[in-house]
Design a protein around this ligand. Structure first.
Ligand code: HEC
Length: 105
């Protein structure tokens, strides 16, 4: 009983102590990698090949706002309301930062 308690404390300690290290080690390519999920529909790096809104070069704020509005059902959508639900605020901000830095062609 006592041992089991200790084991759990150890697990808790190792989880909580490793969190700061984990959050500092954010992959610098995370935004690009997350934005790759958008390429099928919106084109590579958000450069649309037509028929789909281009995301490349849109402002960071408007991209992030659109994603959050889709997620909250405030903006009409056929598919984006479902897709946007898979992303946290932090992930949306990373995606928006990456796509807004891409050149619209
Ligand atoms: C399955 C196809 C598909 C994928 C994948 C997809 N989108 Fe979309 N996106 C759409 C469609 C279709 C619209 C138009 C709104 C709607 O009908 O949902 C849209 C609209 C948008 C808009 C609004 C653009 C504007 O100018 O009005 C943004 C922003 C957006 N998508 C961001 C993203 C991001 C970021 C990702 C990747 C995380 C993504 N989309 C992935 C299909 C897709």
């Amino acid at each position: 009983m006592k041992l089991r308690k200790l084991g759990l404390t150890g697990l808790w300690l190792s989880l909580t102590c490793s969190m700061p290290a984990w959050s500092q080690a954010v992959d610098p390519n995370l935004g690009r990698n997350l934005a790759a999920n958008c390429a099928n529909c919106h084109g590579t790096n958000g450069v649309s090949v037509g028929g789909m809104p281009a995301l490349a070069g849109q402002s960071r704020d408007s991209l992030a706002r659109a994603m959050k509005e889709f997620r909250e059902g405030k903006r009409p959508a056929t598919i984006m309301h479902q897709l946007s639900k898979g992303y946290s605020d932090e992930q949306i901000d990373l995606i928006a930062a990456y796509l807004s830095a891409q050149k619209a062609r």
